[in-house]
Design a protein around this ligand. Structure first.
Ligand SMILES: [Zn+2]
Length: 107
């Protein structure tokens, strides 16, 4: 009989995260870009790039999908991205600990 896993930070934090309701997949990044125009300031020396643009990137059916968010949207949904990241970290920790318990018990 495997020993009962101890209650950890991971198992305590998971219900709080799930309880908050929302978790958005992917990553939100702030990027400066060059455009397609030939004589633009973004082609100058030194270049003055466009942006920052807030790009939300995620994978849908194996393809990368990017959507640009407004600063207001980014601020509004940042906690949902944070939740998803913490849930991924928590799952990784929980899986690692479960694997150790399994190997201790079953060899
Ligand atoms: Zn440009």
């Amino acid at each position: 009989m495997p020993k009962k896993p101890t209650v950890s930070a991971a198992t305590r934090v998971a219900p709080d995260l799930i309880g908050s309701g929302y978790a958005l997949p992917g990553t939100l990044a702030s990027r400066y870009m060059r455009c397609g125009k030939t004589n633009c300031r973004c082609k100058a020396e030194p270049p003055i790039l466009h942006g920052p643009y807030l790009h939300w990137t995620r994978t849908v059916a194996g393809k990368t999908v990017t959507r640009t968010l407004t600063p207001e949207q980014a601020e509004r949904y940042q906690p949902w991205f944070d939740n998803a990241r913490r849930l991924r970290e928590t799952l990784t920790e929980l899986e690692a600990r479960s694997l150790r318990v399994f190997l201790d018990a079953e060899g």
